[in-house]
Design a protein around this ligand. Sequence first.
Ligand SMILES: Cc1ncc(COP(=O)(O)O)c(C=O)c1O
Length: 400
Amino acid sequence: MFDFDRVIERRGTHASKWDNMARLSGITAPDAIPMWVADMDFAAPPGVTAALTADVQRATHGYYADTGSWAAALVDWMSRRHAMRIDPAWVSPTPGIVSGLGLILQAVSAPGDEVVVFPPAYHAFRKIIVANERRILDAQLAEQQGRYTMALDALRAKLTPRTKVVFLCSPHNPGGTAWSRDELAALANLCAERDLILVSDEIHCDLVFGSAKHTPTMAAAPHVADRLITCVAATKTFNLAGAHVGACVVSNSALKKKLDSRIAASGLGSYNGFGMAATEAAWRTGEAWLDALLPYLEKNRDLFDARIEAAAPGARSMRLDGTYLAWVDFSATGLAPEDVAARVAKRARIYASPGEQFGPGGTNWLRFNFATPRPILEEALDRLDEAFADLRAGKARARS
Ligand SMILES: Cc1ncc(COP(=O)(O)O)c(C=O)c1O
């Protein structure tokens, strides 16, 4: 019903993933494969295309009237998929999640205040904190039995009176960790104990595989509702990143008022009609598409993990509960980080996200986006296989 194997030519279409690759990575080969930024190479759900086509054919593109239907679609979706009970009055749309994070920082902290992040963590967290003249407080994730865990006692010891906000990524990017109810509740308790605002970025919540489950922080920790801001969007789930629409969900009305005043101060209270139409249509019509996409992505994950670990002996791809971003540790290959990077970029002609981008704990890791049609993924894996062939041969010789 949905053809995720179909290869769509995205070069020359202002697709950042393809058209910014050479400039950002220096990989100029015409057959280079982008496995960096987190969007997918699949067509969006047909209902989204229909909604946008109707807009285009009507050909009137004036200001957007927010009648409440967008928030209603979001509320229905989150209730159906995640048993998350949201009152539409709690919803503030923002032009994307990262801009929402910046507005939150402006609403609840001052320059020089500290913001907790759990590295390795989504690099835009770091950038938006620094751009807003706040300081990053790193709470290094620990790895236990192949998954990340939060070291909350170590974090507690680092907190200062200037620490005001915690940025949690749930599920985590990179590493794909779906945090458990207990883990979320423990973090929430620490936030209550130390009077911190907890921002739970749940943009990847719909992209969780198999028996793994996303638990909304709101559901795990209702006792901290007054200090919780949940960020959600349809853009990651339905491949609409260019629509640039997200939402902050804030049940504390005083806190929401502070955020809304920052939104108003930046002139962001009027929304992009194309983005609103696309994302509302996605929530309303995209469920069958998503249900078909998830097993496709899960198969890509399994294929990627098996083949990268076989290609580069010692490499380990963290088992993702969710997200389509494989997180691979090359440190046990015996190769220097520059050597690994050169093999991937020069020999395989693949642009993967360098691990250092994600803060401490990312050295000699690479993040690979596998949300691409299988023919492209298989080509990428064949090239990675070749790029590490001499490493395999050397290790085989050493064994014999
Ligand atoms: C955790 C996380 N938050 C936010 C974003 C981006 O959100 P937006 O494009 O809406 O700013 C991403 C994109 O990869 C992400 O991984």
